[in-house]
Design a protein around this ligand. Structure first.
Ligand SMILES: *Cc1c(COP(=O)(O)O)cnc(C)c1O
Length: 453
């Protein structure tokens, strides 16, 4: 075991060191070589050393350098050193982290990490929380709590009796709601299409003047951080309107909630603490390994009522919180370990610096590309930049070229009818030099196509 793990750590370290110099996207050849994993499963065992050697030699070159400093393709981030190392140690612990009495270390770390998160994200300290795989499942978990609380008030026990025959719930989303919001609603029996869609403004923010009438059977899903523009719905006003009617407000803050930790961005999340539930990712801006999302629910009894499990063989009474009473899963890894490690290693100043720094990098991208004469399509309020290089065809060619060039990796999107390069800066490891090197490469690709037109 010792030799194997030491050898594996050395391979992992070499991999991480290679990210500085290698192309961000894997080569076509490296991807083609993945076929050699696909051998007939042999009868005899293979030595673990040989298994790991194959994984590294064939797998590593075919990865996308998402852990590196110049991947700007999605709003996702890398892994902080302390978070990656904590993940390794927690894997060695191999704790089935559903119940406090059985796995006290991971359960306690989750409870403490939850308190720290509520603190740095400036959410109500009495809120309950669930460590889940990502924002998709955090939506599912928080909205299950919403469904419970709303129907309980009208005398319907949804966990026991299901939705058939229940008073119908109305769901309001913005026209720019993330697709995972709709997916979660579908999984809950609330329907992907059974929603009222509220029109948005030029940045993708829900228009409060266009909110439909609400009742105490309504859930409003607001967004903190549009996946294209980074824009925030006017959450304080939405909460005021919704709460006057007795409705529930859920916030998709997959990356945007973290603005609360950065003094210069905190204005974006003003009033967010008035909502009833929130979903965020730790594998995005907190830079912990996949997968790691968190659901927060102000009324933790509603969360527990929606998720609690009981069975005779499970020791469910304990002095501390049983993680499995708050999550969809029973058997689960202790996701709070890395969250605790990341927050502890950063401290408050490290966290606010991480958010401020990445936002500064995004503004530098926007300024440099605008100064070169290209059109920035969004107000760069956070870490997201949308750039057009001219026509849709030219913009797509510049994006193709930058992906092939490999200096950095940016994706494409269509923003309100305009094709754009989408630049998301989220990784702890991105330096000013990485940003300048990436700007130079993008301008080089763009200039090629400018000359041709
Ligand atoms: C990333 C993202 C999601 C989905 O999160 P997963 O962790 O991939 O499930 C939802 N909403 C927004 C705004 C996002 O950026």
């Amino acid at each position: 075991m010792k030799e194997l793990l030491t050898m594996t750590a050395e391979r992992a370290i070499c991999y991480l060191q290679s990210l500085e110099a290698r192309r961000v996207a894997p080569t076509r050849d490296a991807v083609a070589r993945l076929a050699s994993f696909d051998m007939p499963l042999q009868d005899e065992p293979t030595s673990p050393e040989s298994v790991l050697q194959q994984l590294d030699e064939i797998g590593s070159p075919a990865t996308m350098a998402m852990a590196g400093p110049r991947f700007f393709g999605f709003v996702i981030g890398g892994s902080l050193p302390a978070a990656l190392a904590a993940n390794w140690l927690a894997s060695a612990w191999d704790q089935n982290s559903g119940l406090y009495n059985i796995t006290p270390a991971t359960a306690a770390l989750e409870q403490i990490a939850l308190g720290w998160l509520l603190d740095v994200l400036k959410l109500p300290p009495e809120s309950g929380g669930a460590f889940v795989t990502g924002t998709t499942v955090a939506h599912f978990t928080a909205l299950a709590a919403a469904r419970h609380a709303i129907l309980e008030k009208v005398g319907w026990n949804v966990e026991a009796d299901g939705l058939f025959g229940a008073p119908p719930l109305a769901v309001i989303v913005g026209e720019e709601a993330h697709p995972t919001m709709l997916k979660a609603l579908g999984m809950l029996g609330l329907g992907r299409n059974r929603v009222v869609r509220v029109p948005v403004d030029g940045q993708g923010c829900m228009r409060v003047d266009a909110l439909p009438p609400m009742t105490n059977l309504t859930i409003v899903c607001a967004q903190a951080g549009n996946v294209n523009t980074g824009a925030f719905d006017p959450i304080r006003q939405i909460c005021e309107r919704a709460h006057d009617a007795g409705a529930w407000v859920h916030v998709d803050g997959a990356f945007g909630l973290w603005a609360a930790a950065a003094p210069s961005r905190a204005w974006l999340v003003e009033g967010i603490e008035d909502a009833d539930s929130w979903a965020t990712d730790a594998h995005k801006w907190l830079n912990v390994p996949y997968d790691s999302g968190v659901a927060f629910v102000r009324d933790q009894h509603a969360l527990r009522a929606a998720m609690a499990i009981t069975a005779d063989y499970l020791p469910t009474t304990s002095a501390c919180r049983n993680p499995a009473d708050f999550t969809p899963e029973l058997s689960r890894r202790g996701r709070g370990v890395e969250v605790w490690a990341a927050l502890h290693s950063l401290g408050r100043t490290g966290l606010s610096d991480l958010i401020e720094r990445t936002c500064r990098h995004a503004r530098r991208f926007a300024e440099a590309l605008a100064a070169a004469g290209y059109q920035v399509l969004n107000e760069v309020v956070l870490n997201q930049v949308l750039v057009s290089f001219g026509t849709s065809e030219i913009t797509m060619r510049v994006i193709d070229d930058i992906q092939t060039d490999g200096t950095c990796w940016c994706g494409s999107t269509v923003w309100q009818g305009h094709t754009a390069m989408r630049i998301s800066v989220v990784c702890w490891a991105t330096t000013e030099a990485d940003v300048e090197q990436s700007i130079d490469a993008i301008l080089r690709m763009a200039a090629k196509h400018r000359q041709q037109t």
